[in-house]
Design a protein around this ligand. Structure first.
Ligand code: KG4
Ligand code: ZN
Length: 418
């Protein structure tokens, strides 16, 4: 089975289309980013996101087909993100995918966005394992039997601990290969903000751009990560959502009380600690003038560069930025490696937008090699939202003929696993 899947992703602020063959070879990946639309508001505006998806979805699919030198008739299936995400944004991708599947008589496959992120890291593992000389790619072990190919190493694929760390999620899953597919168990998650949300909020507070992660990542190289000793307090045995109602249906339905508190995250405290530091050291006027010089003022450059931002940052601010990032990465590492040890897994996948962070990549890789664990990331391009991860996650479903119903709709709070 050739398995050419067109993936479509529109859950947040990127409209993306990609074509992946057999869950392991990316033939095309096109992403239309809405960052310029949302940047002036400092965050994603749902109504604008839906409008931009409507504009971009057809051109982005055309771009993916052109990049792969394929026509619709060459495809075997359409995969689309059905949740979690913004309802209106998800609906654009789903409606388009349904119409295309109907018109071309393709099977339609619904994919959970979080499972997609996990498959971005798996896809990179598979692509890296392929021969670089243009020879025929080897099929992944767990698909080989099903498609009738001979696989040289018949050992079963290993379970992995997956840290999905993005603007909307900080979740730990135990991912286990079962027959052609994967099952997921929720091991831990944030009780409040996602790690990417903390990057975005701290960047906004400091007068930096949106999304904040890439700015903090770049500027942190110029500060002292040990200057401000931020500390994360250990979540106690009983985990509550701070007395507040859970913000999403997914948060309500997650069996939070049953999760080990050692693997739970909380990022709202460090955001407040940064705010307090800014107030205490009178850094707010500097942040306001930075915002004006870089983004809102009459002299602001059209596209501010790292050098422009550096020229607007005092050493104390750079130290604050570096210390914030160091603390967040340290906390992500501490809990992820503790969970891996407790579960006895030898393989960790780190994925989602924050997995693009340089300090995170180098520290996870170093700790993994010290402990003899295999650490995988997606490529940088596939760390943030994309459609190749959706097409890759759909491949086991195509093999299993696990197709979406004709009345597929968006599920903004779709949970993954149990
Ligand atoms: O996966 P993603 O594109 O969208 C969601 O599913 O949320 O992740 C976006 C998030 C944003 O919060 C952004 O600030 C963060 O990923 N991010 C980074 C970096 N690049 C993107 N955070 C830290 N360092 C980066 N280099
Ligand atoms: Zn995402």
């Amino acid at each position: 089975m050739p398995g050419l899947i067109l993936g479509i992703e529109s859950s947040c602020d990127e409209t993306a289309a990609a074509i992946v063959e057999g869950g392991e070879r990316t033939l095309a990946s096109a992403v239309a980013s809405q960052i310029p639309t949302h940047a002036r508001y400092g965050g994603v505006v749902p109504e604008l996101a839906s409008r931009e998806h409507l504009r971009a979805v057809v051109p982005v699919v055309r771009a993916a087909l052109a990049e792969a030198h394929l026509n619709f008739a060459d495809l075997d299936a359409i995969a689309v993100t059905s949740g979690p995400g913004l309802a209106g944004a998800l609906l654009v991708g789903i409606t388009y995918a349904k119409a295309l599947a109907f018109a071309q008589n393709f099977p339609l496959i619904a994919v959970n966005h979080l499972e997609g992120h996990i498959h971005a890291a798996l896809l990179n593992e598979r692509e890296s394992a392929q021969p670089q000389d243009g020879g025929a790619p080897s099929f992944p072990r767990f698909f080989a039997e099903r498609v009738g190919e001979q696989e040289p190493q018949p050992t079963p694929d290993e379970p992995a601990l997956a840290l999905v760390v993005s603007g909307g999620h900080t979740h730990l899953y135990l991912a286990r290969p079962v027959h052609d597919s994967w099952t997921y168990n929720l091991i831990g998650r944030t009780v409040d903000d996602a790690a990417g949300e903390a990057f975005d909020k701290v960047a906004k507070l400091l007068g930096l751009g949106y999304p904040g992660g890439p700015w903090i990542d770049a500027l942190s190289l110029h500060g002292n990560p040990h200057a401000v000793p931020f500390a994360f307090s250990q979540i106690k045995t009983k985990v509550h959502l701070g007395g507040k109602p859970a913000r999403t249906k997914a948060a309500k339905s997650a069996p939070i009380a049953n999760l080990d508190p050692h693997f739970m995250f909380s990022f709202s405290g460090i955001k407040t600690a940064v705010l307090r530091y800014v107030e205490l050291h009178h850094l707010r006027p500097e942040a306001e003038s930075r915002r004006e010089a870089l983004f809102t003022g009459p002299e602001a450059p059209i596209k501010p560069t790292l050098q422009d931002a550096l020229a607007q940052c005092e050493p104390q601010t750079l130290d604050l930025i570096a210390s914030f990032q160091h603390a967040v990465v340290g906390d992500l590492m501490k809990k992820t490696f503790a969970a891996a040890e407790s579960l006895g897994v030898r393989r960790i996948l780190v994925t989602g937008g924050v997995a693009a962070n340089r300090e995170l990549r180098s520290r996870f890789a170093a700790e993994g090699s010290a402990r003899g664990l295999r650490i995988s990331f997606p490529t940088l391009a596939l760390s943030t939202d994309n459609a190749a991860m959706i097409a890759a996650a759909a491949w086991p479903r195509l093999l299993a003929k696990d197709f979406a119903p004709a009345d597929l709709s968006a599920d903004p709070s779709l949970a993954l696993g149990r």
